[in-house]
Write a protein that binds this ligand. Structure first.
Ligand code: ATP
Ligand code: MG
Length: 353
């Protein structure tokens, strides 16, 4: 299920890199960058193990939202590597930041905020913080890497490249970090989209394996990532008029600047979005949500099964136990629908909710 594991069989430049890392002032942040299957996680595993074996404390920040080693997907996670490990997936994460999607595309802010916040915690706990990133290094991916480095100011950015495909990105990062290029190992193996999807499926399944249904009283939480439950609820004639006008069945609606409605029936096309923010009821089934604590960090995930709009309650499947749930003050709506067996049902647009 895990692609990357510890190996000694690495190109010689990794040993040079270890020497450079040994000379950095501590705590130091090391950001590992490269295309998909370039060996980022294998390198992170190698470096962490080598440093740990010399008695140093190492923290890992896993920001590869789509191919995370640390559970669960769709978050950024922090773990401490205190003992040697075969694969980072053996480590139990200490903290998470909710992203809510398995691609950073519409979620640059969440990914960057998550990395920044978790790296700060990591620096207080360890001598080195090693940051694993997505393989998205082209087009907007280049912006994401630059923005991350700009805010994080890693002491070292390690770029894995086959030829010279990351030279330009490296040049742009030099303002914010010392940059080192490494070669991609000849042993690095490519994985297809469907293999990646299957790996992720297994991770979702494992995360939700012992999940139970929890009834959340929505009036007790801050609700974010959605415009639902914001404003005054619409009732009676006002609601019926909207239903008739658009051919919808409205489950719930609120008057805020305009209207927000949750509906079934005809699409939202032709509707002036400045006046009506319309949410399809189907988008809410099996939607990923995050339980967020007072600090804005994510305690864990849930899958939304049902919202009872009248009672303002939601049925959420989650592996979190009562004690952990007690720390949540906010429920944040994600942008992926997924089942507890790991099947991904689709991504939603950022403004879909
Ligand atoms: N030095 C190496 N020796 C043997 N196998 C390697 C080596 N480096 C990478 N691989 C293999 O190549 C594949 C890709 O490596 P890895 O998962 O580390 O890449 P990645 O850049 O983290 O990928 P992703 O973009 O999916 O996060 C894995 O199957 C891994 O075991
Ligand atoms: Mg990886």
């Amino acid at each position: 299920m895990n692609k990357a594991k510890y190996t000694d069989d690495v190109p010689g430049d990794r040993r040079e890199l270890l020497k450079i890392i040994g000379q950095l002032d501590r705590p130091a942040k090391i950001m590992v960058i490269g295309g998909t299957d370039s060996g980022k996680t294998t390198l992170v595993t190698f470096l962490a193990n080598r440093l740990v074996s010399t008695g140093l404390r190492v923290a890992l920040v896993d920001s590869d939202v789509g191919q995370k080693s640390l559970l669960p997907p769709a978050t950024v996670s922090l773990a401490l590597a205190e003992l040697p490990f075969e694969s980072p997936s053996e480590l139990r994460a200490l903290k998470h930041y909710f992203v809510g999607s398995i691609t950073p595309d519409a979620h640059f802010g969440e990914v960057i905020a998550g990395v920044k916040r978790l790296a700060e915690i990591g620096e207080r706990l360890a001598h080195f913080v090693i940051i694993d990133t997505t393989g998205y290094v082209e087009n907007a991916g280049e912006d994401l890497k630059r923005l991350k480095a700009e805010l994080l100011r890693p002491e070292l950015a390690v770029l894995l490249q086959k030829e010279n495909e990351l030279e330009e990105l490296g040049r742009s990062l030099e303002r914010f970090s010392r940059v080192i290029f490494l070669e991609v190992s000849e042993k690095a193996l490519e994985h297809s989209r469907s293999e990646r999807r299957n790996i992720r499926k297994e991770k979702w399944r494992r995360y939700f394996e012992n999940a139970q249904e929890y009834t959340a009283d929505l009036t007790e939480y801050i609700l974010s990532g959605t415009r639902m439950f914001h404003g005054e609820e619409i009732k009676g004639e006002e609601r019926e008029l909207l239903e008739k006008l658009h051919g919808w069945l409205i489950f719930a609606g609120w008057r805020n600047r305009g209207y927000t409605v949750v509906k079934a029936g005809d699409g939202c096309r032709g509707v002036d979005r400045r006046l009506i923010h319309c949410i399809d009821i189907e988008n809410l089934s099996n939607l990923l949500v995050g339980f967020i604590d007072r600090d804005g960090l994510c305690i864990g995930l849930g899958i939304l099964k049902l919202i009872n709009f009248r009672e303002k309650k939601a049925e959420i499947l989650t592996p979190l136990r009562q004690e952990e749930l007690g720390k949540a003050v906010e429920i944040r709506f994600g942008r992926i629908r997924v089942r507890e067996d790991g099947e991904e049902l689709g991504l939603l647009r950022r403004n879909a909710l």
